[in-house]
Design a binder for this molecule. Structure first.
Ligand code: ATP
Ligand code: MG
Length: 128
């Protein structure tokens, strides 16, 4: 998963420049991710972490990347201010675009904001 690995090193630099602690957990084997799925996952990861840097005022960003029997999961968590009423407005283009791209690969986007913000991205294995 070259693309995704590159994006991980990019977000590491981004968070480092923003003085936010970065915690990452990745499945040892992400399998053979189809190129289209990997592209969508990489773009989604980038947008989610860019949002953390731009909007959250967090001190910590935690990223989990997993391959599970039902597909790929990326969870981006921050300990910042949360989304408040923005959780339903989806004001910008970022989250909207992410959701549209994910739909293209039958994926989904879930946003949770209780303390901080958690973005859950899921893409199922393609049907053979
Ligand atoms: P764009 O992505 O088009 O540059 P944007 O980042 O403002 O603009 P979205 O990515 O769609 O737009 O996010 C919508 C809004 O949700 C943001 O404007 C911001 O208010 C809020 N938001 C998103 N992520 C976070 C976060 N991690 N913490 C706090 N607020 C967030
Ligand atoms: Mg954005």
């Amino acid at each position: 998963a070259a693309n995704l690995q590159e994006e991980v090193s990019h977000i590491r630099q981004l968070l480092n420049a923003a003085n936010m602690a970065f915690n990452i957990e990745t499945s040892p084997d992400l399998g053979n991710i189809p190129l289209l799925v990997e592209n969508v996952l990489s773009m989604s990861l980038k947008e989610a972490v860019t949002n953390v840097v731009k909007h959250s005022q967090a001190t910590l960003c935690k990223v989990t990347i997993q391959q599970l029997p039902n597909g790929w999961h990326i969870i981006v968590e921050d300990n910042g201010r949360g989304m408040g009423h923005d959780i339903t407005s989806f004001g910008g283009h970022g989250l909207k675009g992410m959701r549209e791209r994910l739909e293209f690969v039958n994926g989904s986007l879930n946003v949770e904001s209780t303390s901080g913000t958690t973005i859950h991205i899921h893409v199922p294995h393609p049907v053979q």
